[in-house]
Design a protein around this ligand. Sequence first.
Ligand code: AMP
Length: 291
Amino acid sequence: MQVVRSKRALKAILSQQVNKIIGFVPTMGYLHEGHLALMKKARLENEFVVASVFVNPTQFGPSEDLEAYPRDEEKDQKQSERAGVDLLFIPSVEEIYPKDVSAQIKAVQAVDVLDGKARPGHFDGVLTVLLKLFMLVQPDRAYFGQKDAQQVAVVQNFVSDYFLPVNIRVVETVREPDGLAKSSRNVNLLEEERKEAPVIHQALLAGKARILDGCQNEKEILDAVREVLRAATLKLDYLALYSYPDFKPVTDFTKPIILAIAVQYEKARLIDNEIVRVSGGETNATNDDVC
Ligand code: AMP
């Protein structure tokens, strides 16, 4: 695996990969098995795999954890190599943002809820850095995790709207054995918080079970989630149910639904979600009287 930090070095290596199908995995580093699942899938599906490690300042709000975001470049290099990455791009902030941009990207669809609402400007920053990275790497396919489901929807819309020549591939959420979604931020959980945190996924599963049982009452579904969280110390940032992938209020429970949550612990904000497909044969419903 080659490691490069400049656009120039990146381009030089990419120019040697004539006619190869390129897979790209953008990350903010502090890699875990979630990231590695993306890299391994990219390895299987492409002839040349590029990954990036870049903690993108423009997607962090002024009071967010940019400074506290965990970093371990040496370990990231080893893990990427093991996952089959051919070229790892680790640019500095100056390399990506050498000057103020002359035109800005503003995400306007599917961003009035969840993280789009809770983190104003977050998806503008995500799309800005992705456009820059896509232009530099020019991948055939780019890999994203279902854990950041709203990001997937926003990116897919962007790529489709602007005819960007990249195929977006989505990888299932990778979890710890106790169900906690893997996240670079998990390292910032206090010991007691880490013990408690699997309750986040358990709560989502309780809500999912209600939907699959045929419940179509949003309040009762969300109450089932809250009930599991009742004794937890975490602070609920949001908990909501939307149609997926358009993030609108649910009107048809036979269409895909996302049950999404964000919680704030002392030093870590965690998000998770479950996608529920009642019409996909997953239903447990036996009668109409279920909520
Ligand atoms: P990040 O480094 O947090 O920006 O994440 C980089 C990519 O890895 C994004 O597409 C994330 O959705 C994905 N990712 C992060 N955590 C997980 C996970 N637990 N399972 C699957 N993908 C993940």
